[in-house]
Design a protein around this ligand. Structure first.
Ligand SMILES: Nc1nc2c(ncn2[C@@H]2O[C@H](COP(=O)(O)OP(=O)(O)OP(=O)(O)O)[C@@H](O)[C@H]2O)c(=O)[nH]1
Ligand SMILES: [Mg+2]
Length: 221
């Protein structure tokens, strides 16, 4: 519990045995429920997560968005916090984020990885791609969001029932922000971002263009 709010952390994982160990070891004690959604991993992700006390939910259909939808259905907390299983987002920032979330009296708090302080954490190509996607989202949806692709969010579980979350892929990250900023009180706050552990799965060109196309279709559908 954090200030009488029950806290659920959800972590989607596709072959993150290395990262998930570090993430779970750094999880604050006040987190009531940690749900690891194992998206068909072929490594020891599930075993490692279980041994460190997480609830593991399996989702065999691949996809970042798909994994989140399965995790959301299992969550029981008042507040949900998300992050990747690759140890690129900071679990120790959770208390700082919750404090800001309560202080700002918002329903959805996005995190921004910018400016990236650790040089190796994000390549110039990634930074540029991120900027294009964030500018495109801001123009299409008329609200400045610095990090449309961030995977760390803090929000009230109760807002999920009114959201239309269609994407099963990487575009889920921008979709949940669009749904939030259209409907509820939305803010963004800076965090530290680090180099991922484990093997890279993202295909920057394929996923980048898919996310750009998703923004356009979501805006005009
Ligand atoms: N790429 C990918 N990630 C998934 C999938 N299912 C779950 N995940 C997890 O979703 C999180 C985000 O995926 P990443 O591949 O780290 O995406 P990213 O952070 O944009 O890319 P990196 O810069 O390589 O870390 C990780 O914890 C993945 O393990 C999936 O189908 N594809
Ligand atoms: Mg990552």
């Amino acid at each position: 519990m954090y200030k009488s709010q029950k806290i659920t952390v959800i972590i989607p994982c596709l072959n993150e045995e290395q990262g998930i160990e570090r993430v779970l070891n750094r999880m604050p004690d006040f987190v009531d429920e940690t749900i690891v959604v194992d998206n068909g991993s072929t490594d020891r992700t599930s075993d490692v997560a279980k041994s460190l006390g997480a609830k593991v939910v399996r989702e065999d259909v691949r996809g970042y968005g798909r994994a989140y939808k399965t995790g959301f259905a299992q969550a029981t907390g008042d507040v949900i916090i998300t992050l990747d299983g690759d140890h690129s987002y900071p679990p120790d920032a959770i208390s700082y984020l919750l404090e800001a979330f309560l202080h700002l009296e918002v329903d959805f708090l996005n995190t921004s990885r910018f400016p990236v302080r650790e040089r190796a954490a994000m390549s110039l190509k990634h930074k540029f791609g991120n900027l294009i996607l964030s500018v495109a989202m801001s123009v299409l949806f008329l609200r400045w969001v610095r990090d449309s692709q961030s995977g760390m969010w803090v929000f009230k579980r109760s807002i999920l029932k009114d959201m239309k979350l269609v994407s099963d892929g990487m575009a889920f990250s921008e979709e949940i922000k669009i749904e939030a900023l259209k409907r509820v009180r939305f803010e963004e706050i800076s965090i530290q971002y680090s180099s991922r552990l484990g093997e890279i799965k993202l295909n920057p060109w394929r996923d980048g263009f898919a996310n750009l196309w998703f923004l356009v279709t979501k805006r005009f559908s």
